[in-house]
Design a protein around this ligand. Sequence first.
Ligand code: SF4
Length: 58
Amino acid sequence: MTVKVNDSCIACGACESICSEVFSIEDRAVVNESAVADNIDAVKEAADACPVGAIEVE
Ligand code: SF4
């Protein structure tokens, strides 16, 4: 699974609140790809919760 955060991110912090193992906020959310496999359900939850649809899960 590949997880990306696109340019729509407004750095609101919601994804980090849901899954801090994978998401952290700098200028915008960044993905710790090494943690994705162990947190797939939370990543999907974060993607659904993102207010601007910036988290792309493939
Ligand atoms: S929830 Fe979406 S908009 Fe908010 S920080 Fe995460 S990726 Fe960015």
